[in-house]
Design a binder for this molecule. Structure first.
Ligand SMILES: NC(=O)C1=CN([C@@H]2O[C@H](COP(=O)(O)OP(=O)(O)OC[C@H]3O[C@@H](n4cnc5c(N)ncnc54)[C@H](OP(=O)(O)O)[C@@H]3O)[C@@H](O)[C@H]2O)C=CC1
Ligand SMILES: O=C(O)C1=N[C@H](C(=O)O)C[C@H](O)C1
Length: 268
């Protein structure tokens, strides 16, 4: 089969550069385009050089319509407004759209649902194998322990991260809520400040730390009376997300339009 032609959105960003490297190292995919915002200083530069690889012959451009014309898929770790726009274009082109972008609002998610009528969308707050396995464990532990065990999710990321709680924290919260057969939106507590009163039984709490260069640390804490279980994932290198995203794109090539998760890709 011919190599899958992939476009990277946000190609000069932290994840974009990792994606360019992961595609270059992949047997099944080739870089067909690289996008940045209008006015970006990266426009016109070779995407491989920006990623520190040497020239790949793909210049960073700012026209998504043109870039997607000749692509089989697009990998997008950018910002919510751009991701929604790219999903609509992926639907027009009937191609695969791998979405790593976090911080999407409910209305953004509705727009992705609409795009998924024609595009194959694979979206996950975390594309690593480790976190997706952890989510399965969290679901199982939450289902096993009674509601007298309190669930708290703690995350820490680098100082440049702009959204909170992280997409991964929310993914793990969804897994815990699914284990308890409740809707996360009914039980989640995203912030505490001042005289909050005692913790409500059944709540799933989130706490956010930001600082330095932390790639991504997540702990799911099950706190019982007299004992505590902590399930922890520490990302040490962004290549785990980029490799997962390329794997998702290749998997998506054979799928019908719809919205899929990383668990589908990994067969979990
Ligand atoms: N699901 C997962 O596994 C992971 C998800 N993420 C998520 O990916 C997203 C990006 O993270 P990260 O790489 O650290 O962030 P960066 O800010 O480093 O990268 C985002 C890139 O998108 C660019 N961008 C902005 N507007 C446009 C546009 N109109 N067209 C094309 N590109 C544009 C930005 O350019 P500029 O800076 O010039 O605005 C920037 O280069 C975040 O939401 C993050 O949470 C991150 C890691 C793993
Ligand atoms: O912004 C990041 O860096 C990361 N974002 C994702 C998230 O919001 O969970 C995944 C990873 O933790 C890194």
């Amino acid at each position: 089969m011919e190599k899958m032609r992939l476009v990277v959105v946000g190609a000069a960003g932290r994840m974009g550069q990792m994606l360019v490297k992961a595609i270059a190292a992949s047997d099944g995919a080739t870089l067909a385009g690289a996008l940045e915002r209008p006015g970006s200083p990266a426009l016109g530069r070779d995407a491989g050089e920006v990623a520190g690889l040497g020239a790949l012959g793909v210049k960073i451009a700012d026209d998504p319509l043109k870039a997607l014309l000749d692509a089989d898929g697009v990998i997008d770790f950018s910002v919510p407004a751009v991701t929604v726009e790219i999903a609509a274009l992926a639907a027009q082109a009937r191609i695969v759209h791998v979405i790593g972008t976090t911080g999407l609002s409910p209305s953004d998610l509705d727009k992705l649902e609409a795009a998924a009528r024609h595009a194959t969308l694979i979206r996950s707050g975390n594309m690593s194998l480790g976190v997706n396995l952890l989510a399965g464990l969290v679901k199982k532990v939450a289902a096993t322990l009674g509601a007298d065990w309190d669930i708290e999710i703690l995350e820490m990321h680098h100082r440049m991260k702009v959204d909170a709680p992280s997409g991964t924290a929310l993914l793990l919260g969804e897994a815990a809520a699914a284990g308890r057969e409740v809707a996360l939106s009914d039980v989640s507590v995203r912030q505490r400040d001042g005289h909050t009163g005692a913790r409500k039984p059944g709540d799933i709490g989130f706490a956010t730390l930001r600082g330095g260069s932390v790639v991504g640390d997540h702990s799911v804490i099950f706190a019982g009376a007299g004992e505590r279980i902590e399930l922890v994932h520490r990302a040490e290198d962004r290549s785990i997300f980029a490799n997962g995203a390329v794997r998702a794109a290749l998997w998506g090539r054979g799928q019908k339009p719809g919205i899929y998760a990383m668990a589908d890709v990994l067969g979990l």
